[in-house]
Ligand binder design. Structure first.
Ligand code: COA
Ligand code: AMP
Length: 628
């Protein structure tokens, strides 16, 4: 069976195709069918099955006699720790944490926020929630208190599980003060918190906090079966506005898609070591640090460090060699960092990569320079694949396990089963091969993708379904070539991608607009050699403000860091008199990007006053743009 026949079968007979794949999962009660129309905007997968994610990720492997197999390798160059956790030990740890949660009254459907660095306890917290049917929402550690508060107010968690601190190169990030501040800001208050104390930064406890060590002395509890369409988790992601979108992942489809992807996309067998160098706060971390490798019975690597500086650019190679990683997955930006510090890959010497079969990239456009460099220095196939928080797994890729297709550098290859990807014009009509347009996916989306947004069914429709009736709008633009390969070119909205992290320029604009001296502002993403894109702010000051511009700029930079977090990497801002707008008042951000990147060849016909673009050009020169 090749990719083409499987893909076609998945579209012509989704019931048959996905019911067959569902057999890889251990169901408490098997679903009667794959797709269920429950009257919502999209049908739901395996809705009447009963199943438990933690059972499939942990217990079933122990029951099958693989309790001694390593489930998690924790490799933390920032603390000098390497720890192996077997499936049996993981089961015990997770069952006890779940027992603690259950003893405090957490039951199926309750939300639990997890705010933790890259330690095994983060995965244990996710799995403990899954064990009792609680819905977790992991918040990335690089977000500030206000962002955490927004998520608390949307998810209404009964409990929060947090680490006392994270470790960034050169500094300890105290999570507990951020957590306490977020709870203060939020209107909703959790009933209790569980704090995993790390010796690098012991947190001060309050009356609402339990210490992880005491908490996990509870009696272990068993897995609680939930319905196939029960939300497994909520993961917030950036949209056009400051309010993040709570992507819901339903349990049954998630299990089936995760397991299918390990065998067919990544070509990995149970017992092999899989490493995704990301963070549990992002979708890559959910799917490929935690769930998919464990569901498939593999060993997953939890890496607490950076590609460079922890301690040097040999780290990736060392971890791959030391732990006999067969498939490695990261964002192109991580390899750009390695390449920048070690262009000749001298640090690779002495690290045996003979077990490594394939390197996968995702999260942002894989630029051909980086792809070719990785392939040259490692001698391994480098596979780009394209997906989103919303889908949870690959939309387009090269399914190595099913059939290795020819690689076209710069393209993530072809659609995966269940994804009928089409490129549409503004009127929603499919365009000819090689023509640019909006990339959309004909409904239904395959299992594992979002059925809705948390608490925001209308926003789900307006964000994804209304633009092209019968399709899911991806928010990406691009084309499909004559061979059916996809090419992803740009976002169609105000989302930017900074070091593989998805950020909203709208959210940054809201923060800047809150500065007393800023009357109006715009944030754009400009090309950056390391991070792919970085945000840049343009500030129009309130009439009569008579302070040093540099002071206002510094305050704005600090404000974004304090309100959104260091991960926004907002460091560039400039004061301008006016913003370029259309005659109807819409800010021409795309034209500003072109001015910043030196690629503006045509002033848009709709512009109100073309002279403003020249003024923007002058302001940008002060920041050193366009580069080169
Ligand atoms: N907790 C607290 N702060 C964090 C954090 C966390 N979990 N993660 C990042 N930050 C901070 C960093 O310390 C940095 O702060 P600074 O402005 O004080 O230096 C800021 O957020 C930006 O971080 P980052 O995006 O990691 O940039 P960097 O310059 O430190 O490192 C790379 C650049 C390319 C090495 C790094 O971005 C990287 O490894 N990216 C991989 C991306 C990835 O895994 N994406 C997931 C999708 S696959
Ligand atoms: P996130 O939801 O954070 O995973 O970000 C998803 C977005 O990142 C996509 O909509 C794309 O804009 C971008 N992206 C992810 N993977 C790729 C890829 N392989 N090539 C190009 N863009 C990508």
């Amino acid at each position: 069976m090749g990719w083409k026949s499987e893909w076609e079968r998945s579209l012509s007979d989704p019931e048959g195709f996905w019911m067959e794949q569902a057999q890889a999962i251990d169901w408490g009660r098997a679903p009667s069918g794959a797709l269920h129309d429950l009257g919502g905007p999209v049908p739901e997968w395996f809705a009447d099955g009963m199943v438990n994610t933690c059972y499939n990720a942990v217990d079933r492997h122990v029951a099958a006699g693989h309790g001694d197999r390593t489930a998690i390798i924790y490799d933390s160059p920032v603390t000098g720790t390497v720890e192996h956790i077997s499936y049996a030990a993981l089961q015990d740890r997770v069952a006890r944490l779940a027992g603690g949660l259950a003893a405090q009254g957490i039951t199926a459907g309750d939300r639990v926020i997890i705010y933790m660095p890259m330690v095994p306890q983060a995965l244990e917290a996710m799995l403990a929630c899954a064990r009792i049917g609680a819905i977790h929402s992991v918040v990335f550690g690089g977000f500030a208190a206000a962002e955490l508060a927004t998520r608390i107010d949307d998810a209404h968690p009964k409990a929060i599980i947090a680490g006392s601190c994270g470790i960034e190169p050169g500094r300890i990030v105290e999570y507990k003060p951020l957590l306490d501040a977020a709870i203060d800001i939020a209107n909703h208050k959790p009933e209790f918190c569980v704090i995993f104390q790390r010796e690098q930064g012991i947190a001060t406890m309050t009356a609402r906090d339990f210490d992880w060590e005491d908490f996990t002395e509870a009696d272990p509890v068993d897995c609680v079966p939930v319905a196939g369409n029960h939300p497994a988790y909520i993961l917030y992601t950036s949209g056009t506005t400051g309010a993040p979108k709570g992507v819901v992942r339903a349990t049954g489809g998630h299990l089936v898609a995760m397991d299918w992807s390990m065998a067919n996309i990544y070509g990995v067998k149970p017992g092999e070591v899989f490493w995704a160098a990301s963070d549990v706060g992002w979708v890559v971390g959910h799917s490929y640090i935690c769930y998919a490798p464990l569901i498939h019975g593999c060993t997953t690597v939890v890496f607490e460090g950076k590609p460079v500086g922890t301690p040097d650019p040999s780290t990736f190679w060392r971890v791959m060699a030391d732990h006999e990683v067969v498939v490695f997955f990261t964002a192109p930006t991580a390899f750009r960092a390695v390449k920048r510090e070690d262009p000749e890959a001298k640090y690779l010497a002495g690290h045996d990569l003979s077990k490594l079969r394939t390197i996968f990239l995702a999260g942002e456009r894989a630029d051909p320079d980086t792809v070719e460099w990785i392939a040259r220095v490692t001698g391994k196939p480098v596979i780009d694949h394209w997906w989103q928080t919303e889908t949870g797994w690959t939309i387009a890729g090269n399914p190595i396990g099913l059939e290795a297709l020819p690689v076209k550098t710069g393209s993530p290859s072809v659609p995966m089963p269940g994804y009928d990807v089409q490129v549409l014009d503004e009127g929603g009509h499919p365009v000819a091969p090689g023509t640019l347009g909006a990339i959309a996916i004909k409904l239904p989306l395959p299992p594992g993708t979002l059925p809705t947004l948390w608490n925001a069914a209308e926003r789900f429709k307006s964000s994804y379904l209304n633009a092209f009736p019968g399709f899911y709008e991806t928010g990406d633009a691009g084309m499909i070539d004559e061979d059916g390969y996809l090419w992803i070119m740009a976002r169609t909205d105000d989302v930017i991608n900074v070091a593989g992290h998805r950020l909203s320029t709208g959210a940054m604009e809201e923060v800047l607009a809150g500065h007393a001296d800023v009357a109006e502002c715009a944030v754009i993403g400009v090309a950056d050699a390391l991070k792919g894109q970085v945000p840049m702010g343009f500030l129009c000051l309130t009439n009569g403000v008579n302070r040093a511009e540099s002071e206002i700029v510094s305050e704005c930079v600090k404000r974004v860091r304090d309100k959104i977090g260091p991960v926004a990497a907002f460091k560039l801002a400039v004061v301008v008199d006016r913003l370029p707008k259309t005659r109807s008042g819409k800010i021409l951000r795309a034209s500003m990007v072109k001015v910043a990147e030196g690629t503006l060849d045509k002033v848009p016909a709709t512009i109100d006053d073309p002279a403003i673009l020249d003024e923007i050009g002058v302001a940008l020169k002060r920041l050193g743009y366009p580069v080169g």
